[in-house]
Design a protein around this ligand. Structure first.
Ligand code: ITT
Length: 502
């Protein structure tokens, strides 16, 4: 049975790290704004730019306008996408509002500073726009790399992207150019109005280049070719770091002797560590390191080019790798089944329905609406007769609200059934399949009973406790094929497949 607790802990750590890094990015963003842009009345892009324009005209502090505009956008986004989708954006908006407020109060506390007038850190406007742009780009990269967003134009971009075939990046760029250009009208009577607009564009250009540079740097990869008599030790050492290596056969042409060549693709950030390892094993070896423009495959980027295939592409709206594997096996080669991760959906899609059918529909419609693919989603669960159908739709979150702790769920189930004679139960799946103009449902159910203790290592969820009727093996003791051939999900997916093939 897979252990969920360590991966839960890892998830919590990843989330925590995201929030810490987003806070760092927002702090740098606030420094760029309050120390470099606002004092020189340089308009930046995004909602911070709109807020700056209002500040230049009315003196109304940026953080308040920024908060008000974003609250409006966020309410719309929460209604459309659900609050879980927006949680990091809500955090970023509130945090940036607070940091901007605190930073201005801090600056005002300095001797000789007029309240309401931010002093320039650099007297030169052009230098300020260069440094401000650099800091802004760096700050946004930190936020994006840690799954954050600063709201505002990101939300507009998501909405426009839904209706028009424009990439998010292009929409954000168009919004930013419009916002910065509109500063011309704010400074209508100022002879330097063009200079101000140009400074805004320069800031935008610098921040965009910095943003791309920082984001791409993290992705840069290198290729090592290592020629050493101690190749096996070096290959093992690199392998232990989690990187793969390939050892090729070669011939040293001068001596006409056999040589082994190690080829290793790694992230640039890992190269120092690899050099250290190589040097400690064979200081006299021969090494070349070259930059590669792209590395695709496990541990690196995904190939984005579309393979030419006439398979129908469907999204299976799940975050559960076991379910994905089961469904891919059942649907076979006829369809290209993409996961939520494959289509870039990292959102926890809300499952707030009272029935399997409601939840399945909610998930499939979410993907259809925001990603455009025909999509199917299932909601499955265990229904125990003696517990009046519980855990049912709450199967994943039976033991705790955070959910997906299979061990804890099974422990709770066994405690609830302690001393209970009636162990009858069933697994049920409802699949909702959503296309442009239709919704179809497919159901599967398997009866069985709940054992008094776990049996088997395979499967997931409650599998080790579920003995299907007519079998002497639990789901966790069956091979994937055996389980798929009788399981609730197997039945529902077979019905979906038959429907699709028609
Ligand atoms: P997604 O919502 O991301 O698809 P999930 O794991 O939450 O993944 P469900 O809501 O459909 O999937 O299922 C709820 C829980 O029911 C699931 O986490 C398991 O604990 C249990 N469950 C569902 N199908 C199961 C199966 O085939 N074997 C064992 N347990 C299963």
């Amino acid at each position: 049975m897979p252990q969920n607790t360590p991966s839960l802990r890892l998830n919590i750590w990843h989330e925590l790290r995201d929030y810490l890094m987003i806070t760092l990015g927002l702090t740098i963003y606030a420094i760029a704004l309050t120390c470099f842009m606002l004092p020189h009345e340089i308009t930046t892009g995004g909602m911070a730019g709109v807020s700056s324009l209002i500040y230049f005209v009315t003196g109304f502090e940026v953080q308040y306008t920024y908060l008000i505009i974003n609250v409006v956008f966020l309410i719309a986004a929460i209604i459309e996408l659900g609050w879980k989708f927006c949680i990091k954006t809500i955090y970023a908006v509130l945090m940036l509002t607070f940091i901007l407020w605190a930073m201005q109060r801090l600056i005002e506390m300095q001797p000789g500073v007029d309240p309401g007038h931010l002093p320039a850190v650099m007297p030169d406007r052009f230098m300020s726009c260069v440094i401000g742009g650099l800091l802004e780009g760096f700050a946004l990269a930190i936020c994006f790399l840690n799954n954050g967003s600063t709201g505002g134009t990101d939300i507009i971009a998501a909405i426009v992207n839904k209706y028009k075939n424009l990439s998010l990046g292009n929409v954000i760029l168009i919004c930013d150019i419009l916002i910065i250009s509109s500063s011309y009208f704010v400074w209508m009577d100022d002879p330097q109005r063009w200079e101000r607009v140009l400074c805004g564009w320069v800031t935008l250009a610098i921040s965009s280049v910095t943003l791309d540079y920082v984001m791409n740097r993290r992705r840069q990869s290198v290729q090592f070719m290592i020629f050493s008599r101690n190749y096996s030790k070096i290959a093992d050492a690199i392998n232990r770091t989690g990187r793969g290596v390939t050892v090729l056969d070669g011939t040293g042409w001068y001596t006409k002797t056999e040589r082994k060549v190690i080829v290793c693709l790694a992230k640039k950030t890992e190269s120092l560590n690899i050099f250290r390892m190589i040097k400690s094993i064979d200081p006299y070896c021969f090494v070349s390191m070259g930059q590669v423009h792209g590395v695709f495959g496990e541990g690196f980027d995904k190939i984005k080019a579309k393979a030419t295939s006439n398979k129908r592409t469907l999204v299976f709206a799940t975050n559960n790798p076991h379910k994905l594997e089961e469904v891919r096996t059942i649907l076979g080669d006829h369809f290209e089944v993409r996961s939520l991760e494959d289509v870039g959906c990292r959102t926890e899609i809300p499952e707030t329905g009272a029935t399997f059918r409601d939840n399945a529909l909610q998930k499939a419609q979410f993907v259809k609406k925001f990603y455009g693919f025909d999509c199917f989603a299932d909601d499955s669960g265990l229904e125990v007769e003696a517990l009046s159908g519980a855990p049912g739709v709450r199967s994943a979150r039976y033991a705790s609200e955070t959910g997906h702790d299979s061990e804890a769920n099974m422990d709770k189930l066994l405690t609830e059934l302690d001393g209970v004679e009636n162990r009858r139960a069933d697994f049920r799946t409802v699949i909702a399949f959503v296309t442009d103009d239709s919704v179809h449902y497919f159901e599967g159910k398997i009866d069985g009973k709940i054992l008094a203790e776990r049996r088997g290592e395979g499967g997931f969820g409650y599998d080790p406790l579920f003995l299907p009727d007519g079998y002497d093996k639990t789901f966790a003791e069956m091979s994937a094929e055996e389980k798929n051939s009788i399981s609730h999900r197997g039945q529902a997916v077979e019905k979906l497949a038959a429907f699709l093939k028609k």
